[in-house]
Write a protein of this length. Structure first.
Length: 256
């Protein structure tokens, strides 16, 4: 990504303290009227806020200008393409939404949207709560130079918090199977100054990791059942430790 935003710990704390719930609800209402389905609402609100932030900060006045801006500044087509599609479908809503929150409130909404804290989004997925992220950071004891991996990184909540609050010379990487969550994570990283990377992969289908990691965190999609997505060799090994009937359940699949 060519577009570069920076983020200091001080700015992060200021944004984190902002209450953006009324703007989140306003965005949901706006998109609901435009026909966005409830199952897509959480991610759509973040896309809406990010694009509204861009047109507000960079003084973009038309749909065409925003398309050009995205092409010139976001080279990662995994992010560029869906944002372009969102602009084509919702330019009116993006423009209208940019008039309401302040620039910093839009940025905070992208980074800290808590839609999923109020219930299940889809497929039993939740964002990692701050309390879990803070506990994980305390246990991991992340130090300067550490290479940190988040398996099942979701929409990047742990990566966002940990990459800001720990040493600047650490490297952070996420692996996530959900394509929309990968897009949202990459948008968040962009607004932080590209402090972490994320790849779309099924961690249970990977024979090995490309890199070595000093610290590893994972909060899997608890309660989800996996059918036909996990190798029999893996579940056979797992059945040595837990009852065989539970080897397709996400709560246990990440044990070994």
């Amino acid at each position: 990504m060519k577009l570069y935003e920076d983020m200091t710990k001080e700015e992060f704390d200021v944004l984190k303290a902002l209450d953006t719930r009324k703007f989140e609800y306003a965005g949901m209402e706006l998109l609901g009227k435009a026909g966005v389905e409830p199952k897509d609402m959480s991610d759509s609100v973040i896309s809406l806020a990010a694009l509204s932030y861009f047109i507000k900060k960079y003084d973009i006045g038309s749909e065409g200008e925003l398309h050009v801006f995205l092409d010139e500044n976001i080279e990662d087509m995994e992010v560029n393409r869906p944002l372009q599609e969102f602009v084509a479908a919702h330019w009116k809503e993006i423009q209208e939404f940019s008039y309401v929150p302040l620039q910093k409130e839009l940025k905070a909404l992208v980074l800290f949207s808590n839609s999923s804290d109020r219930g299940v989004r889809k497929d039993t997925e939740y964002d990692t709560p701050d309390s879990v992220a803070e506990l994980a950071m305390a246990i991991l004891d992340i130090r300067g130079g550490d290479n940190v991996l988040d398996m099942c990184s979701g929409r990047g909540n742990f990566l966002v918090k940990s990459s800001i609050e720990n040493h600047e010379d650490c490297a952070y990487h996420g692996i996530e199977i959900n394509p929309s969550a990968v897009i949202i994570s990459k948008i968040k990283s962009l607004l932080l100054g590209n402090k972490f990377t994320v790849e779309k992969q099924d961690i249970l289908q990977m024979d090995s990791l490309e890199n070595k990691y000093d610290k590893v965190f994972s909060e899997p999609p608890y309660g989800a059942m996996f059918e036909g997505k996990v190798s029999s060799a893996y579940t056979d090994e797992l059945s040595k430790y837990i009852p065989k009937g539970l080897t397709k359940k996400a709560d246990f699949l990440y044990m070994i």
